[in-house]
Design a protein. Structure first.
Length: 97
């Protein structure tokens, strides 16, 4: 796994993500995620914090996918296009025109 673009030097290195699935019979599946290989030094603590906050979101979306079904990406794109159409552009929004 590489770090987000805002940490270009750390992004050159790689970390390892291990995802394990445990069958709990009729009660579901337990998923564990282990992220290994973080370095030390400038930026690494920030990258670690970034992933500490990001992984629960990712795992929540994974769970949602299996509970509610796959995401309709066409509907998502249409909603984004409609939102973009209705939002004023930044340029000209506050320039007195």
């Amino acid at each position: 796994m590489d770090a987000p673009p805002q940490w270009p030097e750390i992004r050159k290195g790689r970390t390892v993500v291990v995802v394990q699935f445990y069958d709990l019979d009729k009660s579901g599946t337990r998923v564990t995620l282990t992220h290994l290989g973080f370095g030390e030094g400038k930026g690494w603590e920030e990258v670690h914090q970034y992933f500490t906050e990001a992984w629960p979101v990712v795992l929540g979306r994974l769970k949602d996918r299996f509970v509610n079904g796959p995401l309709d990406w066409i509907a998502v794109q249409r909603a984004r296009e409609a939102q973009a159409k209705n939002e004023p552009t930044k340029k000209g929004a506050n320039d007195g025109r």
